[in-house]
Design a protein. Structure first.
Length: 137
């Protein structure tokens, strides 16, 4: 893998890291070589994630060149989304998005990986829409 696409020697703070999209992002970042600082509301869930991934860090930003970006996902197949929108919206969403389906958490994690890599080092202060084209439909 070219160095510009590796996350070796990088630290990533992942919010909502214990479930759904956040968990998928944390796993993807660890898989790409990053050290992950997970943030979540439930200490038990954080401990389980730490045991699963093994390469998590304690909080501490240290260093410079901190970039902050956000992802604005469309409907993603998570437990939270199911509880919030129910079956009605889940059935309507594919009709309203050019992709014709709901996203899965790993697809959002892929976008996060792209933003975090050195190859995207000039991207900061951005909100990336990952909504299957719904915004332009």
């Amino acid at each position: 893998m070219p160095a510009s696409f590796s996350l070796e020697d990088r630290v990533a703070i992942v919010t909502g890291a214990c479930r759904g999209i956040g968990a998928a992002i944390a796993r993807a970042f660890v898989g790409a070589g990053a050290k992950v600082v997970p943030a979540a509301r439930k200490a038990e869930a954080l401990q389980q994630l730490a045991q699963e991934l093994g390469t998590l860090m304690n909080a501490g930003l240290g260093g410079t060149r901190i970039r902050v970006n956000a992802i604005a996902p469309g409907l993603v197949d998570t437990r939270l989304a199911s509880a919030l929108v129910g079956d009605a919206l889940s059935r309507l969403w594919p009709e309203r998005t050019p992709m014709g389906r709901v996203a899965n958490p790993d697809e959002i994690a892929g976008a996060a990986l792209d933003l975090a890599r050195e190859a995207s080092s000039y991207a900061t202060g951005q909100v990336l829409l990952v909504d299957g084209g719904t915004t332009i439909a």
